[in-house]
Structure formats: structure tokens, C-alpha cells
Design a protein around this ligand. Structure first.
Ligand code: NAD
Length: 242
């Protein structure tokens, strides 16, 4: 398949979803066997779930932490880290994933809009999130912040506002090429990014890479169907002149 040409004036926005980490052994949420089947979303990924049973929420994310510790980045993560090296700040790499596989592949400037598995924060005060790989398996072991409130996973749960939306909005406004990799296009606001860049006065070129047509597939100029690790290493061609 023809590579996507990146010209010197291009600004590239790449949005990744759970599909990019599937070949690293991390299950996606919605595919068959996905995590939601074992845990209803409202129990483990919402504020009401946290208030109702914080021990269960911590067990769920402690299991995810354990998996993420041993998971290795795949060729798709590596390809995007190389693209970052080549483009510098002309690439905005935004992930819905909470795993650390982009960083483990060498990416330095990843925007984790849904938070990070390897961090925790206070449930109440504005103390910044901190690196935390502890396993917490029952309510009695939940650590406390200096302010007295409980420590929670640094994850954006359903019903909460994703992180870094100002920076993401600015990058969406200036990108000339928008690529989504491995996302079902069902979780907003991320699923709406492609419509935003297509409906600007000067629309960006939009490309989807993943196993199957996403729910927001209508908004993509092009869909390249296949596994991320097979497609990404040869997806882009950088040129010096138009
Ligand atoms: P999703 O589970 O809804 O969709 C995954 C998509 O990836 C599907 O469309 C599927 O066809 C595609 N896919 C599966 N295997 C693939 C492969 N090998 N190559 C390319 N595409 C493949 O996930 P989502 O759209 O990211 O959104 C759901 C939420 O799930 C997000 O908020 C995200 O935070 C969370 N999540 C994160 C992780 C992680 O951090 N690794 C894992 C599961 C879910």
C-alpha cells in the first residue's frame, strides 16, 4: 500500500487507542473477551463505582498495573517513537491508553488524555499526580493524601473530563494530517476529534488504521484496515520537498 507522504509543512496529530497495544498482549475494552465483560464499566471506571467500592476499583487497576509492567511495546509503538524523533514537535502523539508502551518504545512527549496506570493522585485536593506502581487490593490498604482524603488511580473515568484538553484543542486546530490508530470511535470526546478536523475551514487529511471500520468511520478520508504492528512501520514517508 502507498505510504502516507509527510511534507515539511505538515503537522501530524496521531490518536491511538487500545488496538495499538493489542499485539503487546493488553486486551482492548470492547473486543470479544475485553475487560468490560468481566467488570461492568460503572463498577470500575466511574466516580460512583469508586465511591461504592474503592477496594474493587483498586484491585482492577492493580491488575492492569501488573500486566503493564511486563508488557513490551510492539512495532507500532516503535514506529511512532521514530516518527517523533524525525518530526519533533510537528508530531502531537495523543493516546487514550493508560499503559506506558509509547514511552517504553522511546516516545518522549506523549499526551495521555485518559491518564496513566503508573500514576496516582488525591481524590480531593489539587496535589499533582505522582508515579506509583503499588498494588492495592482492599479498602483498608488505600493510602491517604496529606490532606486526609484517599489516593485514587490517575485515570479519567467515564463522566470525568479528559486531561490536557487545551493542548489537544490547539494541536487539533493546527494539524494538517490526522491519523487514528486502533480505536473503535465510540468513546467521546476522542471519537469526535476526526469530525472537528474535517469540519474546520481548512480541513486536515484524515486516515484510520485498525482492524475494522470504526463507529466514526464516515469522517475518515481513508481507512487502512489491518493490524497496527504490521501497518505502522511502513505507513509514513517523509519528504523534504512537495
Ligand atoms: P476499544 O476497545 O473501544 O477499541 C479498540 C479498537 O482497536 C477496535 O476498533 C479494534 O477493531 C481495534 N483493534 C484491535 N486489535 C487491533 C490491532 N492489532 N491493530 C489495530 N487495531 C486493532 O478501545 P478505544 O477506542 O481505545 O477506547 C476505549 C477505552 O479503552 C479508552 O478510553 C482507553 O483508555 C481504554 N483502554 C486502554 C487500554 C490500554 O491502556 N492499553 C486497554 C483497554 C482499554
Amino acid at each position: 500500500m502507498e505510504p502516507i507522504t509527510i511534507l515539511p509543512h505538515d503537522h501530524v496529530f496521531v490518536l491511538t487507542g487500545a488496538g495499538i497495544s493489542a499485539e503487546s498482549g493488553l486486551r482492548t475494552f470492547r473486543d470479544a473477551g475485553g475487560l468490560w465483560e468481566e467488570h461492568p464499566v460503572e463498577e470500575v471506571a466511574s466516580l460512583s463505582g469508586w465511591l461504592h467500592n474503592p477496594g474493587l476499583v483498586w484491585r482492577f487497576y492493580s491488575d492492569r498495573r501488573l500486566q503493564a509492567m511486563t508488557a513490551q511495546p510492539n512495532a507500532a509503538h516503535v514506529a511512532l517513537a521514530r516518527l517523533e524523533q524525525a518530526l519533533g514537535d510537528r508530531l502531537f502523539l495523543c493516546t487514550q491508553n493508560v499503559d506506558p508502551l509509547h514511552e517504553r518504545a522511546g516516545a518522549l512527549r506523549v499526551c495521555h488524555m485518559h491518564g496513566e496506570l503508573t500514576k496516582s493522585r488525591c481524590e480531593r485536593c489539587a496535589a499533582p499526580p505522582f508515579v506509583d506502581e503499588r498494588q492495592i487490593r482492599d479498602e483498608a490498604s488505600i493510602p491517604r493524601c496529606a490532606c486526609g482524603a484517599r489516593i485514587r488511580p490517575h485515570i479519567c473515568w467515564f463522566g470525568e473530563i479528559p486531561f490536557e484538553m487545551d493542548r489537544i484543542g490547539a494541536a487539533l486546530d493546527c494539524c494538517t494530517l490526522f491519523v487514528t490508530v486502533g480505536s473503535s470511535g465510540a468513546v467521546y470526546p476522542a471519537a469526535g476529534f476526526v469530525a472537528h478536523v474535517r469540519q474546520r475551514p481548512r480541513p486536515a487529511r484524515t486516515i484510520y488504521v485498525g482492524l475494522e471500520e470504526p463507529e466514526n468511520g464516515f469522517f475518515f478520508d481513508e481507512q487502512r484496515l489491518g493490524k497496527a504492528a504490521a501497518m505502522l512501520p511502513t505507513l509514513f514517508r517523509l519528504t523534504e520537498s512537495p
